[in-house]
Write a protein that binds this ligand. Sequence first.
Ligand code: AMP
Ligand code: MG
Length: 339
Amino acid sequence: MNFKFFAARRLLVPGVLITLLFSPAAMAEWFKLERDVMGTRITVEVWAADSGKARQCSMAVLKEMHRIDAVMSPFREDSEIALLNREAAKHPVKVGSELFRLIQRANEVARLSAGAFDITFASIGYKYDFRRKIKPAAEEIAQRLAAVDYHLIKMNAANHTLQFAREGVRIDLGGIAKGYAVDNGIKILKKCGIKNGLVTAGGDSRILGDRHGRPWMMGIRHPRQKNGVAVLLPLSDTAISTSGDYERYFIEKGVRYHHIINPQTGRPVATTWSVSVIGPDATTTDALSTAFFVLGAKKALQLAERLKGIDAVIIDARGQTHYSSGLMPPAARNRAAAH
Ligand code: AMP
Ligand code: MG
């Protein structure tokens, strides 16, 4: 257990001491809980007056992460996803409404991104093992590529069944499930009565409220400098997801093999280093960060401009940083619009 207490007292200066002492906020503290679930670092931070409640609510968020993992992990034989991957090419498979809806959501992002985001990437994706430095041979990619196409997922909304239209189709929600888990975590905190907090699962975070009346300063990791921060963003009451080619990868003969796969080629995307997406909920920002990564800076920014409430920071494979217009200072925005 790793509950930490952040010094709320640091705020106190003599002039405001009395007011703070007698306000409920004076009794409140930041609590932080960190654990590894789904091979991912989970962080829950809450601002609460009642330490018992803070702990209880944070534990409920962790429990939710475990629950989602049990439904959606392709690596657990008893998960609904594993069942689909074993059976759905042979006959329709009934799944719970939660998984059904998330797959529908994933396919909406697939349509929106013209197939850049595609959960059937897994038909070839499962042949990569980044820890063991294993990748499929060119012939195998060519042969399996026909099974990469989200149109092959036939969904029946009346009875919540799914069927794959051909042999060899597999799906994997790795590009959207963490964001979904973060959103559910935030729902739990809200139900608990928490007004300010943060839930993070790997590269996906959602902020509830703010930090002492100020935004959280969220750092985007530098994709090529260990412990370096490329961009700092002040954020409150929003979600942010980052996809990077430095998260799971190996390098062979100077080529980086990493976990974000272009569904058109069956190979890791080589044009992008990192994408961060800011938006109202983490399910959306998670899926879009993966989609934008595949699309590349130019197309991704065009799509970001079309989507309401979505902003993006993209670092391309030359190390250049691109911002959507919502993140630019007004003068630069006007210049960009004139072009
Ligand atoms: P993220 O870190 O959110 O960008 O998600 C990366 C994960 O998404 C990978 O580890 C895969 O599980 C999955 N993924 C990789 N390529 C794609 C793709 N083209 N469409 C959808 N999901 C993908
Ligand atoms: Mg993502």
